[in-house]
Ligand binder design. Sequence first.
Ligand SMILES: Cc1cc2nc3c(=O)[nH]c(=O)nc-3n(C[C@H](O)[C@H](O)[C@H](O)COP(=O)(O)OP(=O)(O)OC[C@H]3O[C@@H](n4cnc5c(N)ncnc54)[C@H](O)[C@@H]3O)c2cc1C
Length: 584
Amino acid sequence: MQVHKYDVIVVGAGGSGLMSALYAKKNALGNVAVISKLYPTRSHTGAAQGGVGAALGNVDEDHWEWHMFDTIKGGDYLTDQDAAEIFAKDVIEAVLELEHMGLPFSRLPNGKIAQRRFGGHTREFGKAPVHRACYAADRTGHMILQTLYQQSIKEGVTFYNEYVVLDLILEDEPDGKVCKGVVAYELATGEMHTFHAKSVVLASGGNGRIFKVTSNAHALTGDLTSIAYRRGIPLEDMEFYQFHPTGLYKLGVLLTEGVRGEGGILRNSSGERFMERYAPTIKDLAPRDIVSRSMYFEIREGRGCGPNKDYIHLDVTHIDPKILEERLPDIMDFSRTYLRVEPTKEPVPIQPTAHYTMGGIPTTLDGEVIYGTTNGEKVRGLFAAGEVACVSLHGANRLGTNSLGDLIVFGRRAGVAAAKFANANELEPLPTDADQRALDLVARTRNATGKESVAKIRSEMQQTMQDNASVFRTEETLSTQVEILRGLNERYKNIGISDRGEKYNTELLEAIELGFLLDNAEALVHSALNRRESRGAHAREDHTDRDDTKFLKHTMCYQLEPGKTNIKWKDVVLGKYEPKPRTY
Ligand SMILES: Cc1cc2nc3c(=O)[nH]c(=O)nc-3n(C[C@H](O)[C@H](O)[C@H](O)COP(=O)(O)OP(=O)(O)OC[C@H]3O[C@@H](n4cnc5c(N)ncnc54)[C@H](O)[C@@H]3O)c2cc1C
């Protein structure tokens, strides 16, 4: 066994991990390392297209209060208002900081950062869409990732690439839980490494691979949400899963909301701009939960497009082709390459695609992971930021461009807090069997000789999650899905794999990732079953109204054993914006 010692370990090299690592290194007295399953610049942040929202007001008047309000209303009032306030204020300066680091933003003729419109972002508390999304063409995430990776190297952060974290070194002590590091499997050699650390930041991204049609990369399998959950940490608000309205038909590949920000229009089979009926003020730029549901209503009413009437058209034929090529070059490419559709001449077939998890590992405003139902019960030495975490900024539905903002604002806060914690504490002694669980997991999986196929279980999980727990849900579909997942978990115990090799054993990795996915799916479905109301992205057809009396609170889902959970609640931090009916 190899043991490495660090002051701060960051798991994940996406935008949140790199921002945490950079700020941990700037503030820590000792060394900082990032462990990443992927080579850093392959992280999903690099796929982010449309932009990062900040009230710079470069195109039209804007204020951080308007951004804060939009975020809370967009989150259907489940957003913690203290988080939204910090976010809307700090993201302005964080974007300017990225600019100063050298990020090549698109520019206005006067040289200022260009901004475009995005769903749910408005001026004067909902009056009209505002230009708030700062962008670098449709490659904003790519530029953020490259910029932060360069800065982290320059600052002296150490990288362990293609190392897969399989366990947290977490102990129950008389005064609470404490994290002493992580255990990671090196893909190239098959060796196990123990990373002994004073503080650990989890920044491992989302879990979109639980669904069949998704915009998420193959690596987004919810590894650390599952590991934390298995180790007694609750998962917060997992029922809130966002479906982005414009995925390429059948493939799920994302076409950014920036397309609608630049004037793109959604049309049904008769060419009608149907969003005028559902959101008369901001139309196609309504938040994603509302647009995705409206699209399904159209399809259900028989107004879908194509021979099977099962998709919607995204129309940009009225926009100047020069603007499209300049501001949305990748989007044009995706439609041509994947669907052989020429967007300047014909509408693009699209359908909602599984995109973003609002839920995750619960944290305080400084990224400290909590294991109880109040911010007082913290896991000492453990932090989380980015899509894996839930602070909760996005509440029941995230607004577009607020994730990239979340990464840089709360990634930075987690990095600073992790460094401060490390500076104030000594390395705690490791338990003697620190890597035993991870070794057992790998040995058990590598030698699995059962009859069940990993690929089959995974595709059944993805198909049934899509059928029973996606945009619309009922008691019946969710209860059915609870049973299906129990069955899949049973079958998972009996998988077989054929590659027993040590080096780059991706079959082994996929089998382990399937176990993580099943936990993520379970937390989502159990939480959704328990929430008998409709709020944000969680639409229950048997409980169609929002119920603030019973459910204006965060779900905290604990795993007792696979298939069995215990659900508790945590208070929402309210503030000056009182819950109101959500219309646009
Ligand atoms: C196609 C697409 C377009 C998007 N566009 C936008 C946009 O325009 N604006 C916006 O605000 N949001 C957008 N989003 C959402 C946003 O990009 C993501 O939520 C965000 O980038 C997530 O960043 P992250 O740092 O949390 O994780 P990621 O960038 O996903 O990085 C996760 C990291 O964790 C590592 N990791 C995972 N598991 C392990 C493990 N077991 N061991 C070690 N390392 C591990 C991976 O290697 C990776 O480095 C988009 C998302 C997608 C999918």
